[in-house]
Design a binder for this molecule. Structure first.
Ligand SMILES: CC(C)(COP(=O)(O)OP(=O)(O)OC[C@H]1O[C@@H](n2cnc3c(N)ncnc32)[C@H](O)[C@@H]1OP(=O)(O)O)[C@@H](O)C(=O)NCCC(=O)NCCS
Length: 174
C-alpha cells in the first residue's frame, strides 16, 4: 500500500525506518492506554523486520522531513472487517496528522472493497475518540470495565471501559 496525502505518505515499513520506529515505540513503554511495556531499543530490529513484511502495519511518513512519525494498524478480522489502530510520535501529535493518515487509510481500504472498519479506545483517551469522530466513525458501543493493562499496588487488575467506533463502506449503500 502507498497513499499520499497533503502532508503524509502512508506506506509499507522499510528496514531503514528502524531508528524512527524505535523513537516513537520507546515513548509508548509507559503509555497509559496501550501496552508496549516490554519494548526496548534492542528489540527494534526484530520489530522492523516483522513490520516490513506485514500487510497490517503501515508507516506514516511526514513528507517535509522524510521521517516516519508513527504507524497505522489495519488488523484483518472476520467478515471482511479491519480493526484500525494508530500511534504517533509524541513530538508530532495534535497537528492533525493522525486524522489525516486514518482518513486516507480507511478510504483506501473501502476502495479495496473492505466492508467495515472499527476501532476501540478508552473513554479517557480523548485524542483517540475525537480522531475517530473527526473522520466520520460512529460510536456503537461502550463496554464497561472489560480490559486491564495495569495492576494496582495489591496486584489486582485495574479495569478500564472501552468505546467501540465503526464505519461501514459507503459504496455498499450503508
Ligand atoms: C491518538 C493519536 C493518534 C491522535 O493523533 P493526533 O494526530 O494527535 O490527532 P489529531 O491532531 O488528528 O486530532 C484529532 C482530534 O483529537 C483532538 N486532540 C488531539 N490531541 C489532543 C490533546 N492532547 N488533547 C485534546 N484533544 C486532542 C484534536 O483537537 C482533534 O479533535 P477535533 O475534531 O475536535 O479537532 C495520538 O494522540 C497518539 O498517538 N496517541 C498515543 C497513542 C494512542 O493513544 N493510540 C490510540 C490507542 S486507542
Amino acid at each position: 500500500m502507498k497513499i499520499e496525502t497533503v502532508d503524509l505518505i502512508i506506506r509499507n515499513f522499510e528496514l531503514s525506518d528502524e531508528t524512527d520506529l524505535c523513537e516513537y515505540m520507546l515513548q509508548r513503554v509507559k503509555a497509559e492506554f496501550e501496552g508496549y511495556p516490554d519494548f526496548t531499543s534492542e528489540k527494534a530490529r526484530k520489530e522492523i523486520e516483522f513490520r516490513a513484511q506485514s500487510d497490517e502495519f503501515y508507516a506514516i511518513e511526514l513528507k517535509k522531513e522524510h521521517k516516519v512519525i508513527g504507524n497505522i494498524y489495519l488488523g484483518k478480522r472476520d467478515f471482511n472487517t479491519r480493526e484500525l489502530g494508530y500511534v504517533l510520535n509524541e513530538n508530532y501529535q495534535h497537528k492533525g496528522y493522525g486524522s489525516e493518515a486514518s482518513k486516507a487509510a480507511i478510504e483506501y481500504m473501502f476502495k479495496q472493497g473492505v466492508h467495515r472498519i472499527y476501532a476501540e479506545c478508552a473513554p479517557q483517551n480523548i485524542p483517540s475518540w475525537k480522531l475517530l469522530e473527526k473522520i466520520g466513525m460512529r460510536r456503537e458501543a461502550h463496554f464497561r470495565k472489560n480490559v486491564s493493562f495495569h495492576q494496582d499496588e495489591n496486584k489486582n487488575p485495574i479495569y478500564w471501559d472501552t468505546y467501540v467506533y465503526a464505519i461501514l463502506n459507503p459504496e455498499e449503500g450503508a
